[in-house]
Design a protein around this ligand. Structure first.
Ligand SMILES: Nc1ncnc2c1ncn2[C@@H]1O[C@H](COP(=O)(O)OP(=O)(O)O)[C@@H](O)[C@H]1O
Ligand SMILES: [Mg+2]
Length: 334
């Protein structure tokens, strides 16, 4: 394992009974911020728990920060802060005690844990509410308290499972800003799972996408976007005529009204578009390279795997996603 790889796994398999939750997962995660994306039930939480050495593997293995996930779970957890998906706080405890207690469980002495608990609660925006019982907290405050527990021992790597789940717009922005600071100012690494593309796009420069327990894409988001290069054109009248012509000329076109996006095969695609416009007498008002979002990338990846998806919310928010080509399962895109 080279210096900047913080996690590597080899053919990681996790079965719950007969159900395969992780299917030969091979991931390499570098320092920095990595988003873990996938629909509900994809295996995100299971993957995070295996990385933490919290659940037994069925087969395969891996290393996190140089430690073996099968045998050195305790060592790994000393260096990782974990913000779990579900409630892990004690409702009748004041936040300050809860956070200090998390530190003590990780082996910090009570004095250091108390001092640090005050610091991290301030960091996550709960300075004035730190003596209140968790039961009086809003969902946003609870998530912040969970983050404080995860940060108590100043971990090298922070693992956050759906940190923005259930948060209103303001709390969500605050949570993402805080996580962003941990990475950019604190120089720590983070792996954040989410079923929301926007969250990942805001703070991560790398991503892992999983679907049905298999990795379908991983790497730098900028590099992955290269599989979705398009040229965007705005036309003045005759859009459907031009679309038809481009299709006849073998181009792949996505059209919304007067705006069309044509897959950029190579530099000759620009010429083909101009030729199609000339042949149909349609005026092109503007032509530019289109900068795809993570959402666009997700749709292209799913399309290449043989699924018809109109937006990530079709799939990401549904527990029974609409899928139409089981034969293509397991193909890796990038
Ligand atoms: N403790 C468990 N026992 C049995 N099945 C489980 C358990 N935990 C998760 N699963 C199943 O494994 C799959 C992956 O779950 P999970 O990792 O929680 O997905 P995600 O976090 O992406 O929503 C799901 O089909 C889920 O029902
Ligand atoms: Mg989950």
């Amino acid at each position: 394992m080279t210096e900047d790889w913080i996690i590597q796994t080899n053919d990681l398999v996790k079965k719950y009974g007969e159900h395969v939750a992780l299917d030969s997962v091979n991931i390499s995660v570098k320092t920095g911020a990595t988003g873990l994306l996938g629909p509900n039930g994809a295996g995100k939480s299971t993957l995070l728990k295996t990385i933490l050495g919290l659940i037994a593997l069925t087969s395969g293995g891996g290393k996190v920060l140089g430690h073996d996930i099968a045998t050195e779970g305790a060592k790994i957890r000393q260096r990782i802060g974990y913000m779990p998906e579900y409630d892990c706080l004690t409702p009748d405890m004041p936040a300050i005690d809860q956070v200090r207690y998390s530190g003590e469980l990780l082996g910090m002495n009570p004095f250091a844990a108390t001092q640090r608990a005050h610091e991290v609660l301030e960091y996550v925006g709960l300075k004035d509410q730190r003596y209140r019982q968790i039961s009086t907290y809003s969902t946003g405050m609870e998530q912040s308290a969970k983050l404080a527990c995860a940060l108590i021992h100043d971990p090298d790597l922070l693992i956050c499972d759906e940190p923005t789940n259930g948060l209103d717009a303001r709390s969500r922005t605050f949570m993402l800003d805080t996580l962003f600071q941990v990475v950019k100012q604190g120089g720590r690494s983070i792996i954040m799972s989410s079923h929301l593309m926007d969250d990942v796009e805001r703070i991560c420069d790398r991503m892992l996408m999983i679907h049905k327990g298999q990795v379908i894409a991983q790497g730098r988001i900028e590099d992955l976007k290269a599989i979705d290069r398009e040229i965007e054109i705005f036309v003045w009248g005759g859009a459907s005529k031009l679309e038809e012509k481009l299709n006849d000329m073998g181009q792949s076109v996505r059209r919304t009204g007067r705006v069309m996006r044509i897959t950029r095969v190579d530099d000759s695609t620009y010429g083909t578009i101009i030729e199609a416009a000339a042949k149909t007498g349609v005026q092109i008002r503007k032509m530019q390279d289109y900068e795809p979002s993570l959402e666009d990338l997700f749709i292209v990846i799913m399309d290449r795997l043989g699924y018809t998806v109109k937006s990530s919310s079709d799939l990401l928010e549904s527990t029974t996603p609409a899928m139409d080509n089981a034969a293509n399962q397991g193909r890796q895109i990038a």
